[in-house]
Design a protein around this ligand. Structure first.
Ligand SMILES: Nc1nc2c(ncn2[C@@H]2O[C@H](COP(=O)(O)OP(=O)(O)OP(=O)(O)O)[C@@H](O)[C@H]2O)c(=O)[nH]1
Length: 378
């Protein structure tokens, strides 16, 4: 669970934004209820209700029904012991049970929830779908922040589960992985991290520095190659990347390498050129292996938020994207975009980057991600 803690710590900006928002929503229309039992069990936290009112839309819901707290008369001579608000002195003296704020789920609350999710870069469609699923069968129920976090985390994990797929490793070698993405998205860093992990798993790896137009990009890749203990093939500045890819393919085959990772340029300013460049790389490596590239990884920067969605659309037109890596999830408040991506494109998310160090790349785990994003204590 060490990585989970790291992810949680680093996703702090995303989760704290969601967490603060959820707290505010529940507190705004909620009521403080003193509870003896753990708040994760809603059925035990309800004030005793001598005359329960049937909850209209609760029939299809197999979960225990959470009844709305009964409105209390302003001057109640015999207050119910568990639903009253403890006074400050009482609380300071520690005589009161743990107060938990609960709010009945209604249209206003759902609208606020939708807005919060949209603000966390989940996108309008996904936010509406997630909140609709949360609301189903729970209208009128009294929910605490912790319960909403749990419901939200479960929904997010459900959306993400089908896309959480590690990079597949095939028996036929060399497996060619073409890495695409806009400049600065984290391609070089991700290639370095992947190379290091494959090496650690006993695979032999070759890297091709296919962004031949930028000397700095090639230097960076060489540094990462050194760190990972993996050879990096380079070509003179401005030379044809397809020719370098061909040489790298020849070397990888001759050396019996397990994997060939090909970096590419990310200049979206001239899409026609970039498309032609990527197409040429693919044509050339297919002369050596008609099935290559076996994976086309699109690297996306989480800090770009909703822009990541249009990058997927663009790169799907430029190359046959087979999976995603989302970088820079540490230190962004836009982690929700991953949910929108999963919901909209259904492309596998192979890994996530949560830092600049070589081991800061992890397989994508939907439940851990959902818990970290919502700030749910597990
Ligand atoms: N915090 C954080 N920074 C990252 C992560 N991945 C990459 N970076 C940083 O993002 C910056 C750009 O990363 P690169 O790997 O150079 O990106 P690139 O797509 O290869 O960019 P070009 O070389 O310009 O094409 C670097 O400063 C990296 O250290 C991550 O997961 N978290």
């Amino acid at each position: 669970m060490a990585f989970f803690q790291k992810l949680k710590d680093r996703l702090l900006k995303s989760s704290s934004r969601l967490e603060e928002g959820l707290d505010a929503i529940v507190e705004e229309g909620g009521e403080e209820i003193r509870e003896e039992a753990p708040e994760t069990e809603p059925s035990e936290t309800t004030a005793p209700d001598p005359a329960p009112e049937p909850v209209e839309d609760a029939a299809p819901d197999p979960e225990p029904v959470q009844k709305p707290a009964m409105p209390k008369p302003a001057l109640d001579p015999a207050p119910e012991p568990r639903a009253d608000k403890p006074g400050l002195l009482q609380r300071l003296a520690g005589r009161a049970g743990k107060p938990v704020v609960r709010r009945a789920l209604d249209d206003d609350m759902l609208e606020q929830l939708e807005e919060l999710l949209i603000a966390s870069d989940m996108g309008v469609d996904t936010a509406l779908r997630v909140t609709a699923n949360i609301a189903e069968g729970r209208f009128g129920k009294q929910l605490s922040t912790q319960e909403i976090k749990r419901l939200l985390a479960d929904e997010i994990a459900r959306v993400m589960e089908p896309v959480a797929r590690p990079l597949p490793i095939y028996p036929k070698t060399p497996q060619v992985v073409l890495v695409v993405g806009v400049n600065g998205s984290g391609k070089t860093t991700t290639i370095g991290k992947l190379a290091s992990q494959f090496r650690a798993a006993g695979k032999s790896v070759v890297i091709a520095a296919g962004d031949t137009f930028r000397a700095a990009a090639v230097e960076q890749l060489q540094i990462w190659g050194d760190r990972a203990g993996v050879p990096v093939l380079t070509a003179p500045e401005g030379s044809d990347p397809a020719s370098l890819a061909f040489d790298a393919m020849t070397k990888a085959q001759a050396e019996g390498a397990d994997l060939l990772l090909i970096d590419t340029a990310g200049r979206l300013q001239n899409r026609a050129d970039l498309m032609e460049e990527l197409a040429k790389i693919v044509r050339v490596i297919r002369k050596k292996d008609p099935e290559a590239p076996h994976n086309t990884l699109l690297v996306l920067d989480a800090t770009t938020g909703q822009n990541a969605l249009s990058q997927v659309e663009t790169f799907q037109k430029l190359a046959n994207v087979s999976g995603l890596v989302m970088t820079k999830l540490d230190g962004t408040a836009k982690g929700g975009v991953l949910v929108a991506l999963a919901d909209r494109f259904g492309l596998p998310i192979h890994a996530i980057g949560v830092g600049e160090k070589i081991d800061d790349l992890a397989p994508f785990d939907p439940e851990e991600f959902a818990a970290a994003l919502t700030g749910l204590e597990t």
